[in-house]
Design a binder for this molecule. Structure first.
Ligand SMILES: [Zn+2]
Length: 111
């Protein structure tokens, strides 16, 4: 009972016992690490040319959504602190004036 099958890789016609179940490649091919064709990786220059970069859309840029999220953590921390201080000054102007006057005195400035 001889059944034959052609290997998809080496194109040899071999007995089905050389194939793993319904595999289309013979055992020799499956166990041998034959380098698969790496055409794309072998020629990076050609790969680049075949996949052109998406053209940058012309026209106005997307408007920046405020300054949120810009800068590193330290910068954002300082900015948040400054913003809170400004809000605090606006919320309590009298207290701020008093504190500022005291601070100016410490610095030797005239109130
Ligand atoms: Zn084979």
């Amino acid at each position: 009972v001889a059944a034959w099958q052609r290997c998809d890789r080496c194109r040899r016609v071999l007995g089905v016992e050389e194939f793993d179940g319904d595999g289309t490649q013979c055992r020799a091919c499956l166990t041998t690490p034959v380098a698969r064709p790496k055409v794309a990786k072998a020629s990076p220059v050609r790969t680049r040319s075949t996949t052109p970069r998406e053209p940058v859309p012309a026209g106005p840029r997307q408007p920046l959504l405020g300054i949120a999220g810009q800068g590193d953590l330290e910068v954002r921390e300082r900015r948040a602190r400054r913003r809170a201080q400004d809000a605090l000054v606006e919320a309590h102007p009298e207290e701020f004036e008093q504190l500022l006057a005291a601070a100016r005195q410490v610095e030797g400035l005239r109130a």
